[in-house]
Design a protein around this ligand. Structure first.
Ligand SMILES: NC(=O)NCCC(=O)O
Length: 433
């Protein structure tokens, strides 16, 4: 367990070797590959990664483009997870996610930082286009540093732009048309029609280079340095699903991945693939990352593609996190590790924890119905029961359904209420006999 050291910092939890810095390994798979003998590794991978995926060869010109611009490219197939059907043709889609670091220091002029990111991303989109990607998702707030930790308004607000007609939507409309690709464009949105309100938004651009729609982040973090609520509030667009030529897609932006009902709502509206563009750091969330998107894919019987920033972004002025840590100038390490999860509990490998990258995965959307028919989560769910509870829960006079062990109130027993100092609850349901 953690405790405060003499320097006022949290000491590492017992058993954590702090001599191994956050950036000392590129992916868990690399560690497995290097340190687990092959025979055992097959079983470890089966348990941790499901039925699997096959690596596909990336064409030479894509590898050259990636090497010249220092990003990783991975191409995998999960199509073999899906059985051939007699009544339906396969619905194979190549989806991809991008993860990237910022391109220039945060002290450089805003327009130069923005343009350098556009230039970097354009090469990665070109690689995706050359690979024939159908649906591509960029990371959360991709055209800017993740400056929300600073709580400063000056400068960072200048990155905000119109979802419908801002520069990044214009740029990506052009790329979408060029490659016949659906592109998800997560940005800081300035809504000029509503007196300059600011939102964290994902714009969905159709394969004809057309604007389809937008979704605004539903859940805004209030944890660690993620001071996003200083800039924008909870989104007002609900759980839209965008029907595209390549399938029905939805976007659950970053912190929304901690909310199972948020995922469920997108699935209930018919999503087949839910993208999760994120920005999160190792110290805060890395143990959650490999589980959450994967669990969402399993629980809702959909595909999920989660991508995360990479690298460390340093800001000019110090800020604090209200957690007793000394003032600092960076969030810590954004650990990348983007991956795709399938409804049958299989997952792709990860992109690096350290490098820019693009991961493309072939999936067959027919798997969704096949897994639903097999596991029947949607049939066995008790929606009416949950709806009833939620309806009660949102009332201010809600009383939890708590069944109290009568022995707790039996003073003759050693473990009666009187003997338990924690039992300080004075609410009716605690004191009622
Ligand atoms: N961008 C964002 O919502 N980050 C919050 C941290 C997390 O959810 O891991």
């Amino acid at each position: 367990s953690s405790e405060i050291g003499s320097d006022g910092m949290l000491k590492a939890a017992a058993g954590v070797d702090t001599s191994m810095p956050m950036t000392s390994f590129s992916s868990l798979e690399d560690v497995f590959e290097q340190h687990i003998p092959e025979k055992e590794r097959t079983q470890v991978m089966r348990v941790l990664y499901g039925k699997g995926r096959g690596a596909l060869e990336v064409a030479d010109d894509v590898v050259e483009l990636a090497d010249a611009n220092n990003f990783q490219v991975k191409l995998e197939s999960m199509v073999n997870l899906t059985a051939q059907e007699e009544m339906r043709a396969p619905r194979v889609v190549r989806i991809a996610v991008v993860q990237n670091s910022i391109a220039l220091p945060t002290t450089d002029p805003i327009s130069e930082q923005y343009q350098a990111l556009v230039d970097k991303i354009e090469k990665m989109i070109d690689a995706a286009g050359m690979m024939g990607v159908n649906v591509l998702a960029l990371q959360e707030a991709w055209p800017m540093p993740f400056a929300f930790c600073t709580r400063e308004k000056h400068r960072w607000m200048e990155f905000a732009e119109s979802a419908e007609s801002g520069p990044s939507t214009q740029f990506l409309k052009h790329k979408a048309k060029q490659y016949n690709m659906v592109i998800i464009n997560p940005i800081l949105e300035r809504d000029e029609a509503h007196q300059d309100r600011i939102w964290n938004t994902a714009v969905v651009i159709g394969n004809n280079g057309n604007y389809i729609g937008k979704h605004r982040k539903n859940h805004i973090p209030r944890v660690g340095d993620f001071n996003e609520a200083t800039y924008y509030l909870e989104g007002d667009t609900g759980h839209p699903v965008f029907e595209t030529v390549y399938g029905k897609i939805a976007v659950n932006i970053c912190y929304g991945r901690h909310h199972p009902l948020n995922w469920m709502a997108f699935a209930m509206n018919g999503a087949e693939i839910i993208f999760n563009p994120s920005a999160t750091v190792g110290e805060l969330s890395e143990p959650m990352w490999p589980i959450e998107a994967r669990n969402a894919a399993i629980a809702n019987t959909v595909f999920v593609a989660a991508n995360n920033r990479v690298g460390t972004e340093v800001f000019p002025n110090e800020f604090t996190s209200a957690d007793g840590k000394k003032a600092h100038k960076d969030f810590g390490h954004f650990y990348g590790s983007s991956y795709v999860a399938a409804p049958d509990a299989s997952r792709s490998s990860s992109l690096s924890r350290l490098r820019d990258g693009i991961l493309a995965v072939d999936i067959d959307l027919n798997l969704i119905r096949q897994v639903r028919d097999r596991w029947m989560f949607q049939n066995t769910a008790r929606y009416e029961m949950y709806a009833q509870l939620l309806n009660q829960y949102i009332r201010h006079d809600f009383k939890p359904e708590l069944v109290r062990d009568p022995a707790l109130d039996d003073a003759r027993l050693p473990s009666s209420t009187a003997a338990i100092p924690l039992s300080t609850c004075t609410a009716d349901y605690c004191t009622a006999k």
